[in-house]
Design a protein around this ligand. Structure first.
Ligand SMILES: C[S@@+](CC[C@H](N)C(=O)[O-])C[C@H]1O[C@@H](n2cnc3c(N)ncnc32)[C@H](O)[C@@H]1O
Length: 420
């Protein structure tokens, strides 16, 4: 377990000069980071020898400390972790806690300086970028500093921009627009993913999404980055538009591009994706994008994030008794928080390639039905019909499915009929 408290109260502790920033609300993000790096090492994604990992904007260094302390011993022993920050106080703090509670395996080193240049001091297998605000200024050099096979984790806290509330910063930083609706956070994640993918392409790299999460005050995408010329040239194939309330011609274009099942031709869904090549009008308020329109996660990576595994790796147990001031109840609450960080992710892996992400509230109002159907029930019915469907780890009660729109509506009607 982590040797520093990393609980789930809301909001940053401090940003002021001389203080080291620590945001307890990022505990879930750090838990997923531990799970992700464990899977990447164990699956061979990062090769077979040492793993050079940079917690690039580290503040207290808690993220890197958690990698070292919580990874299984064999994986931790391969980890050469570095905490990077432009403030000496932050690095002093990170290294002092390491001196007091040394990691049992692996190594921890400091890297002082502006990440935009310090990242180039060596090659890395793993780079974590967790800024105040937008990650855009850090992307180009981080991608150049990645080894042939690497993973990049990118957070953004400029949520007002990415979810479409602040339109000018969104256009300025990400060159995109997002419709303010039930899927605005998913659209924001896809815009961020597209931004990372384009940055990778500029440096002849391609990305494969591993995990994408919107979590209260921040968005985060994690990608595998490879040096593949063809992949880099192909980035536009994974980019496109999201259209709210598409017309018949748009639905047909989506079907022709493989972005909806062919049987969707008869019923118009709430939304669909369109390829980047599809002409869209600048003033059309139904359109969001350009954004990533491919899967936002990797099946195996997401499937590895099980409740059992997260409890085993990241949760404290009362018997350990190494936090004397904690009661049994505190331990139980912490275990629940740890589980919440990965809730639905393993199950969602089965439907992560599906084109429909459906918020049940919106589905009910779209169909002019009173109460929204239970997303769990929708998933059960669609699975019984043989489709992929799963609850999603998303800000709204929602599910993903590859079922045709007509089957989604049919399932909803069945649930409404039995609820009467
Ligand atoms: C949001 S905090 C990081 C939080 C941390 N990753 C965590 O999990 O708690 C951002 C940190 O980046 C540092 N920082 C800001 N701009 C930087 C830059 N250009 N280069 C290096 N560090 C920077 C700040 O000093 C701050 O400690």
């Amino acid at each position: 377990m982590s040797s520093l408290p990393d609980s789930n109260s809301k909001g940053p502790s401090s940003k002021s000069v001389g203080c080291v920033f620590h945001n307890p609300a990022m505990a879930g993000s750090r838990t997923r980071s531990v799970m992700l790096i464990a899977h990447a090492i164990e699956s061979g994604m990062l090769g077979k020898s040492e793993v050079r990992a940079l917690d690039g904007l580290s503040a207290s260094g808690l993220r890197a400390r958690r990698w070292l302390n919580e990874l299984p011993a064999e994986s931790a022993s391969r980890l050469i972790a570095t905490v990077g920050d432009m403030t000496q106080t932050a690095l002093d703090w990170a290294m002092a806690t390491e001196a007091d509670f040394p990691a049992q395996q692996g190594e921890l080193h400091p890297l002082l300086g502006d990440l935009r240049t310090s990242v180039l001091s060596q090659g890395w297998h793993w780079i974590d970028i967790d800024p105040f605000g937008s990650p855009v200024p850090f992307l180009d050099t981080a991608i150049q500093a990645l080894a042939r096979r690497g993973v990049l984790e990118v957070s953004a806290t400029d949520t007002a921009a990415l979810s479409g509330s602040s339109k000018n910063p969104l256009m300025r930083r990400y060159g995109a627009r997002v419709r303010l609706d039930k899927l605005k956070h998913d659209s924001g994640l896809r815009v961020l993913m597209a931004t990372v993918a384009r940055a990778a392409a500029r440096h002849d790299r391609s990305v494969e999404p591993l995990l994408s999460i919107w979590d209260s005050h921040h968005l985060r995408v994690s990608v595998r980055v490879r040096r593949v010329m063809e992949g880099a040239n192909d980035v536009e194939a994974s980019l496109g538009w999201r259209v709210y309330s598409p017309n018949q011609a748009e639905v047909e274009a989506a079907i022709a591009a493989g972005l909806l099942p062919a049987s969707d031709a008869d019923e118009l869904p709430i939304r669909c994706f369109l390829p980047l090549s599809h002409p869209v009008a600048r003033e059309d308020l139904r359109i969001s994008g350009p954004m990533w329109i491919g899967p936002m996660g990797d099946v195996e990576t997401m499937a590895s994030m099980t409740e059992e595994r997260v409890l085993q790796m990241c949760a404290p147990t009362y018997e350990e008794g190494d936090l004397a001031e904690w009661s049994e109840k505190d331990f139980e609450a912490e275990r629940r928080r740890v589980v919440r960080a990965i809730r639905h992710i393993a199950g969602e892996s089965t439907a992560i390639s599906a084109h429909h992400l459906i918020a049940v509230d919106e589905l009910a109002s779209w169909q002019e039905k009173g109460s929204p159907p239970s997303p769990r029930r929708m998933v059960e019915l669609l699975r019984e019909k043989g489709y992929n469907a799963a609850l999603s780890h998303y800000a709204e009660p929602s599910f993903r499915t590859d079922a045709p729109w007509s089957e989604i509506i049919d399932s909803m009607k069945k649930i409404s009929a039995t609820d009467v």
